[in-house]
Design a protein around this ligand. Sequence first.
Ligand SMILES: [Fe+2]
Length: 389
Amino acid sequence: MADQLAVSVNFLYPGIILKGDAFAENGEKVQDGYVPFTDEKIAWLKARGIRTLYYTPSEEKSRCTGGEPLIPEETLEKGLDIAREVEQRLRQNAPLPTKEINGLIDELVEKVVPLKGTTLNLVELKNYDEYTYTHSLNVALLSLLMGKKLGYNEDQLKILGVGGMLHDIGKVKIPLEILNKPDRLTPKEFEVMKRHPVYGFEMVKNVYSRFVQSIVLYHHEKVSGTGYPLGKKGTEMGEFAQIASLCDVFDAITSSRPYKPAQPFWYALLCIYREQGKSFAPRLAQTFVKELPQYLGEKPIFPGGSFVKLNTGEIAYIPRDSRTIWPVVYLLINERREIPQRWVIIDLSLDETRMVEKQIFDEKLIESLKKVAQKFLDPGEAPPEWKLK
Ligand SMILES: [Fe+2]
């Protein structure tokens, strides 16, 4: 049985879905599981002085559901065991279990390379203490898939896999009260946290190649030069570290932490896309955003029936399930805040000036948008696939 997780009401946002019924401190059920929170519900919780919600996540093993998994269950279990073993050994100042790590990565590479399945079954967090293990394994899995999409050979993939598994090992030297703090870190605490790449580098420097070392040391560097610990710029940190950095950010955004709930895939993908040229090399960010969503399970990135705001200020409707962040949309409100006279259908994958900025979860706004949409429903005007949900 998974442990109960807590989430601060301050960190809820419209559209968030918790994977279990949510209860207030006094045991009162305040929200059904898998139902998105609306602006109204969040305001209601705050007005009642409810500060923390508790929920028990369902027993789903992967956050990417449906389809044929790429990695067998036993291999994932083995991966988690090895991640735990790595931490235990480091805490006892014992050498890294390199034979086990290399064996695991060989197995993962063997499963990912032929791309026989359809879904990259990223492991789901069961309780906050397990975060480092699930996160390390997920970063390894995502990095391998990225490497595969970039045409890397087996040796290069193994570097990515080992680097992904070990990228955060320096965190064993960070005090637990900082590592597991159920709130945002203070600037001082963040300075301590920022030492983990250097600690990790010390741990792998005599054990693994300079490529693996580069992943551990540089996975928080940014192409803009504003990352840490060294402020490396552009491509100075090398492509291996940049891939690990992308996968690290994606898994961190889409995972629950004591101080923040998990964000949906669309949110993480849009963040990565927007960060191209800043945190990430554009080519790598684009490869990630274009190639990986098809392996993130069968759930759409944007479900058909969603309303979204675009970067232009326009408001649009997504008529069909979309497995990319560039759906076909129908414009409901234009840049001048007017209702268009006729249908305007835009394929965002062909329009470089428009992007989805966010999904809309405000109930009142959705009600009025549905009324706007009715305007277009005159016979002969509405496209046949139009369905208001
Ligand atoms: Fe890190």
